[in-house]
Design a protein around this ligand. Structure first.
Ligand code: GLA
Length: 831
């Protein structure tokens, strides 16, 4: 909750501003386990006091904590004659600007009507809002999208910001109004509290009440000034098919910047970051995290200034950005969400997981388990016709899949990726009955039907481009650089947005469509909009206006089709962010479906995102991205931790693999409730063991802690490693659990010519005899059957059967070769 504390407890009727300044008013934001506090200095600046584990705060916090510097060091700028001891460069602040002595990363840079860049924002007034007002877009209890301009919708109700998606159902909102001294430029700081998950969102609005135009060159969403600098930044970088690789860099003098300039939130650097103490790990220690509810260029900077304090800012990337505000106009930043934990990174992740599940994802699908799907992409790419799709779908239905997704290739002349984006009419040669005909047949098999679209794009070789070349983003007279042979539609234009909405409305209404995969397969180049010149808009506004245009489209379509399950995609994870998740409850995490790579990628996502939004598929082998072979069981065991799908041609698979898939899906459906809603812990995050193999281990524990599913995988078989243990996390110490594994049988061919060690006749490897024997002789895998208390599993770890190590094999030995994995299932038992 928000507490407003003063040394003088009399009511603040009268001049709120001078009262707050004279009394060192303290604003305290409390969540279940954290406290965030700042105060108003006598000069009117907001001094950040504290963000961390919950503390007992009284009105005297400012006296105890705020800066007591009286004689500032040489060469600093003294703020004013009146406040000569105030030096903004040394002060921890809620927001910082330029020109008044603070030379660290600014929160805002504004070019004023007179051309000056100096701003000096000081406290003006504040409001606390309790009531949560829903807009008219309420599909169900969990649904909310902000609407309208920034205004107070009723007394004591929360202010809703415009144009950007926001988190829903905060506990309370604090709005602090600031004014730039000597100017008619105002800034409103929004703080929203999410008590249940220990999160706070921050965003800000600038109002221009000057007579002329001002230009925002930078406006961050959040700033947190830490009083020391003993931190490391953990960020998640990568590229296509290499998303979310964690990297930890010690913060020291200077700056660490995590940002995107692709025009999307990007697979280069995700906007989610962590700041942690160097001894903090998954289970212990203090840590802070931040993410941005935004899908465009972002910027996160940790700077250690000359006085040993760490400043963190996050917001829209200021590089290549500016935004003009004419008299009376406002600009609103995306919300940033921040959280803190004193209990390590797993706990920090739980805060973010709950925030995403309860306050970001919305609509009918927010709390609904996701269907097991079969996607046609890696199964057929562009080469399919209705017969082939139906054959795949029949097999999918038989296997227990619930949704059939027709990926790229169903429209225009789309037989490769050089043409037809923009022409959203069905290719009747491939699908003679149109989408409707196919969808009816798919539904007839008992499956839901979904399709792929990439509405933001156009190929030059398309009717759409031929008719409206001016709709594509490019600079007139210049050669346009393409990505995946395609151009981007100019979503800053209303007519283009209307076209996209109309076309998609036609497609989504043309058949019984239950799911849509919304793709976006290139990054921006040659950004320019003709219309801006006529309207005196800077081209530096382009990328932000594009994102707002995209949100406008997504809002209209998700509002019109509330029952469709939307899945975001941008060549995999090039736009995996909280902005997209406000409209689409899941995102295709990576085009990489290799089980080992995926274990790493999914572990990366797990730091900031719940697995319930991470779409993950089992694909064919050798894997199409790495040519690596992994078993069908390992591929399943990795994918089952996300929203499970299959992306392979079941019709072409061996009977044995198909049989395994039936069993996998049946098991997944039983475990899905725990996997979808449970608390996910990293046990091992790719750690290299004593033996040199690298290990991923996860566990997902149901909210009532009666059930859990754990995963274990390594990359390299290690010989002579007879002792293997498994230690859990998150189980209830006082509950007794039964732990079991999936009891599998292995094809005797997997042991090669070792068959001769037991066979009475000599069997030549890969001979017909070998193949015939392998049809009938299967080797039993090990059975883990352990009953113990949660405390034994959590703190002591249990002994597993040994791995195969060349000295013997039977059903008490694990067949655990390169890239093998295991699933362990925990059920509470009565004793
Ligand atoms: C992107 C997506 C893939 C697939 C193809 C289709 O690469 O990430 O999953 O949909 O486009 O062209």
């Amino acid at each position: 909750m928000v507490k407003v504390l003063c040394s003088n407890h009399e009511n603040t009727d009268g001049d709120v501003k001078s009262y707050a300044q004279e009394n060192g008013q303290v604003f305290v934001l409390e969540t279940a386990h954290t406290t965030y506090a700042f105060c108003v200095r006598e000069s009117g600046h907001l001094e950040h006091l504290y963000y961390g584990e919950k503390i007992d705060v009284h009105y005297d916090l400012s006296a105890a904590v705020s800066s007591k510097c009286k004689y500032p060091g040489g060469n600093l700028v003294n703020y004013s004659k009146e406040y000569s001891s105030l030096t903004l460069e040394t002060l921890c602040q809620e927001i910082s600007s330029v020109g008044k002595g603070d030379v660290r990363e600014p929160f805002c840079v504004i070019e004023h009507v007179d051309g000056s860049y100096t701003s000096d924002f000081v406290f003006d007034s504040f409001e606390v809002h309790e009531e949560f007002i829903k807009s008219d877009f309420v599909v169900d209890e969990n649904d909310f999208t902000q609407e309208g301009t920034a205004e107070i919708t009723s007394e004591n109700s929360m202010v809703q910001l415009t144009g950007l998606p926001t988190a829903h159902h905060p506990t309370q909102q604090l709005v602090v109004h600031m004014k730039s001294l000597g100017r008619n430029v105002f800034m409103d700081l929004y703080y929203e509290i999410y008590e249940d998950c220990d999160c706070i969102t921050r965003s800000c609005q600038v109002r221009n009440q000057e007579d002329g135009k001002i230009t925002i060159h930078r406006l961050m969403s959040a700033q947190v000034d830490f009083r020391d600098c003993d931190y490391e930044m953990m960020h998640f970088s990568g590229a296509w098919v290499r998303e979310m690789t964690p990297e930890t860099i010690p913060v020291s003098r200077g700056k660490i910047i995590n940002s995107s300039s692709t025009g999307t939130s990007s697979n280069r650097n995700n906007p989610f970051i962590i700041l942690k103490r160097s001894d903090t790990n998954d289970d212990h220690g203090k840590c802070f995290a931040s993410n941005l509810i935004y899908s465009g260029n972002h910027y996160e900077c940790a700077e250690v200034g000359s006085f040993g304090k760490l400043r963190f800012v996050t917001g829209i990337n200021p590089n290549g950005f500016s935004y003009g505000l004419s008299a009376g106009e406002t600009f609103v930043t995306p919300q940033a969400v921040i959280t803190f934990s004193e209990n390590g990174l797993n706990d920090l992740s739980h805060h973010m997981h709950e925030f995403v599940r309860n306050h970001i994802v919305r609509g009918m699908w927010a709390k609904k388990e996701r269907p097991v799907l079969l996607n046609s992409w890696e199964a057929a790419y562009f080469k399919f016709d209705e017969g082939k799709l139906l054959k795949m779908a029949r097999n999918a239905a038989k296997a227990g899949c619930e949704l059939f997704v027709l990926d790229d290739g169903w429209f225009g002349n789309r037989n490769d990726d050089t043409k037809s984006l923009g022409d959203w009419t069905c290719n009747m040669q491939k699908l003679p009955g149109g989408l409707k005909g196919l969808s009816d047949k798919i539904h007839g098999l008992g499956l839901q039907f979904g399709i792929w679209v990439e509405p933001e794009m156009v190929n030059v070789d398309s009717e759409c481009y031929r008719t409206h070349p001016d709709w594509a983003v490019d600079i007139p007279g210049m050669n346009h650089s393409e990505g995946r042979n395609q151009r981007i539609l100019n979503l800053t234009r209303t007519d283009v947005r209307d076209y996209v909405v109309e076309e998609m409305t036609k497609v989504f209404s043309s058949a019984d469509i239950n799911y849509v995969k919304w793709d976006m397969n290139r990054i921006f180049s040659d950004t320019y909009s003709d219309e801006f010149a006529d309207q005196d808009i800077s081209q530096q506004e382009f990328l932000h206006r594009y994102v707002l245009g995209l949100y406008d489209i997504l809002e209209r379509l998700t509002r019109a089709f509330p029952e469709i399950l939307f899945e975001g995609c941008a060549s995999g994870g090039n736009r995996f962010d909280l902005g997209i998740l406000c409209y689409m409850p899941q995102i295709w995490a990576s085009d990489n479906t290799d089980a080992w790579c995926r274990a790493g990628i999914q572990t990366g996502y797990s730091y900031g995102y719940p697995m319930s939004v991470v779409s993950a598929h089992v694909s064919g082998c050798p894997n199409h991205q790495t040519l690596r072979n992994t078993s069908i069981e390992t591929r399943f065991e990795v994918a089952m931790f996300g929203c499970l799908g299959y992306e392979c041609n079941l019709a072409d698979m061996s009977e044995e693999d198909r049989e395994r898939i039936y069993q996998q899906i049946a098991l997944y459906k039983k475990l899905r409730p725990v996997l979808f809603t449970g608390d996910y812990y990293r046990i091992n995050n790719g750690k290299r063991t004593y033996f040199g193999d690298e290990v991923y281990e996860w566990i997902c524990v149901s909210k009532d802690r009666k059930n859990a599913v754990a995963f274990q995988m390594h990359n390299m078989a290690v010989p002579n490693m007879p002792e293997v243990t498994f230690q859990a996390k998150g189980l209830d110490d006082s509950v007794v659990y039964h732990m079991s594994n999936r009891i599998l049988k292995y094809n005797v061919k997997a042991f090669g010519d070792l068959i001769n060690a037991v066979s009475p006749i000599h069997v030549k490897q890969d001979s017909i005899t070998h193949r015939i024997i392998s049809k009938f002789v299967k080797m039993d895998g090990e059975t883990e059957d352990i009953t113990a208390s949660g405390s034994v599993f959590n703190h002591c770890g249990v002994a597993l059967h040994q791995n195969y190590g060349a000295t013997g094999y039977d059903n008490e030995v694990r067949y655990y070769q390169d890239f093998s994995s295991r699933i362990f299932i925990f059920e509470a038992v009565e004793v």
